[in-house]
Design a protein around this ligand. Structure first.
Ligand code: ZN
Length: 567
């Protein structure tokens, strides 16, 4: 045997032994980040490692074997990036859907701020893949003796893994490989995401026969305008109106007729679930079963005789937000025109134009903002740049104060946009009953505690991702005609609220609409408003008790400090 042959075999052998250990990196990390039992951890490492070893040793052509394992490498890389980003949780069904529903600009904004994670992943998986390609091209093969040893090791590990798997099924309540064994769970989630994607596409036909049987209890002659403003990535803790120690609400803090709810938690930390929850009577418990058949709040208002409009400053996401928005009589996505400027402030003139041009006496409008979505510094004009430095720093815990400055400026911009909306409603004739409800879809992590978590839409929520501000403004005419609404809202403002759950019935209550899906006790304007058990819509589209939704000790401590019930 020539010296070059020995060298080539060494490279091939190295690849055969090394690659399974690189693939198992996320499995080992998950043992530390997840609350898995010992048996689940043992199964989660030994079984996949054994299988990878067997797959790398089965053929002499290890380069080809490694390349055939590319899908697993991609899962592993994606999983490692997520662990950097969220400090835990496996790749969720929602994350696959987010890839489809988030626009390219948003995705690249996020990736640009994940430098360390991307560097680690590239350093781990690029060299073996390059080596595998070279091995294939040069026909490098592993030595028979080394393959035999690897096969024996792989078999032993796989056997130990199967025994651990059996122990996990027997000894760990609720254990399932499709939930806790990487990459089986992620492959399962991929299949679920594809199934959901197809079910979503069939929505227009599966929801065609839905009806609210709604009617208004108010006189036809009464002029009414109701506006729902949907916020984006909005943290209650950064609102001056709710006790924040910075002047982030310079205008709304002086506004009459405003009620702020400080104990509101969203039932989802993702846009594509939270917004449909708000625009329908669905809750965390009913979402999974009914999202494919329910029609939106626009339908209820239209049946009750309202002209309806949906104006959005977000991109279409080919999902329920689009479907629901298109159920309004008028539906405009600003971003449909690629040349258009994208600013939430543009939604107010669109509202004003609609109020001017629509001849209907009763109008219902939803404004969907882009709010405080990362990258924060891109979300506000210079006039709202109250806190500096706010320059585009890399997203890291070390830069938190800069990020918070930029984030707080987005709240100043939201404050101006909401106040302009109220001003637009204030210009209507005195006899118009009008109201504005502001509810954001979810909050955001900004390196708030030792976990170093950032952004939102992680597979499990944090306090910061679900604690949102809710604001209600009613016009003087509405207040004088329906004083119990205002009095009840003030009384309920210090109670626990499930924001996404409260929107539908609060809007219907403000407008005096009754329908076959209304639950009047959920309305924030009801004197009989009842708090319900805290629920959360998890990645599997199951409504679970918030306490079991994956929040950790720091989250429960924050809830306690704010006097918000987790139950
Ligand atoms: Zn969102």
């Amino acid at each position: 045997m020539k010296l070059s042959d020995i060298r080539n075999i060494s490279w091939a052998n190295l690849l055969m032994w090394l690659f399974p250990f690189l693939l198992i990196v996320p499995n080992v990390a998950l043992c530390f980040t997840e609350h898995y039992s010992a048996a689940a951890c043992a199964a989660g490492v030994a079984l996949p490692l054994g299988v990878y070893m067997l797959l790398c040793a089965l053929s002499k052509n290890v380069g080809r074997s490694v390349l055939l394992l590319t899908p697993i490498s991609i899962y592993a890389a994606f999983q490692i990036v997520l662990l950097f980003l969220y400090g835990g949780s496996i790749i969720a069904i929602d994350m696959f859907l987010n890839v489809v529903t988030t626009n390219v600009g948003e995705a690249t904004e996020l990736l640009a701020n994940l430098g360390t994670a991307i560097t680690v992943v590239v350093a781990l998986y690029l060299p073996p893949i390059v080596l595998a390609i070279i091995s294939c091209c040069r026909h490098l093969h592993t030595a028979d003796a080394a393959r035999s040893r690897a096969l024996a090791a792989g078999l032993s590990l796989a056997a130990a893994g199967i025994a651990s798997l059996a122990a996990a099924y027997v000894g760990t309540p609720g254990y399932s490989a499709t939930r806790q064994l990487f990459p089986v769970n992620v492959a399962h989630n991929t299949v679920s995401a594809i199934a959901r994607f197809h079910a979503t596409r069939a929505y227009p036909s599966t929801s065609a026969s839905f009806s609210y049987d709604a009617h208004s209890e108010r006189p036809d002659t009464l002029r009414e305008v109701y506006v729902l403003v949907i916020g984006e990535t909005c943290r209650a803790d950064n609102w001056q109106l709710l006790g924040y120690n910075r002047p982030t609400n310079p205008r709304l803090s002086k506004r009459e007729g405003l009620v702020a709810f400080g104990r509101a938690l969203s039932e989802s930390n993702t846009t594509h679930k939270s917004v449909p929850l708000m625009l329908s009577p669905l809750t965390a418990e009913t979402f999974g079963d009914s999202i494919y058949t329910v029609r939106s709040i626009f339908e209820a208002f239209r049946e009750a005789g309202f002209a309806t409009a949906f104006f959005s400053n977000q991109q279409r996401n080919r999902s329920f937000i689009d479907f629901f928005g298109e159920q309004a009589d008028t539906c405009v996505f600003i971003a449909d025109n690629p040349a258009a400027e994208r600013s939430d402030s543009l939604l107010v003139p669109m509202l004003e134009r609609f109020l001017r041009q629509s001849p209907a006496r009763k109008k219902f409008v939803v404004l969907h903002t882009y709010g405080s979505h990362f990258n924060y510094a891109d979300r506000y004009p210079a006039s709202c740049r109250h806190f500096t430095p706010d320059n585009n720093a890399e997203a890291s815990a070390a830069n938190r104060s800069v990020l918070i400055n930029a984030y707080d400026n987005t709240i100043v911009a939201a404050d101006a946009m909401l106040d302009n909306t109220i001003l637009a409603l204030s210009k209507l004739p005195d006899t118009t009953a009008a109201a504005m409800l502001f509810v954001p879809d979810h909050g955001e992590d900004i390196f708030d505690d030792y976990r170093g978590r950032f952004l939102h839409a992680s597979p499990t929520p944090t306090y910061w991702q679900i604690h949102v501000p809710v604001l209600l403004w009613t016009s003087p005419a509405h207040r004088s005609m329906y004083p119990t609404h205002t009095a009840a809202a003030i009384a309920n403002s210090c109670k626990d609220v499930a924001s996404s759950r409260a929107v539908f019935d609060t809007m219907l209550s403000l407008a005096g609409i009754v329908c076959n899906h209304s639950r009047p006790l959920r309305a924030l304007t009801s004197p009989d408003y009842r708090t319900e058990p805290r629920m959360y819509l998890n990645d599997y589209n199951e409504g679970v008790a918030l306490e079991s939704a994956g929040m950790r000790y720091p989250d429960f401590e924050m809830l306690k400090a704010k006097g918000i019930s987790a139950r």
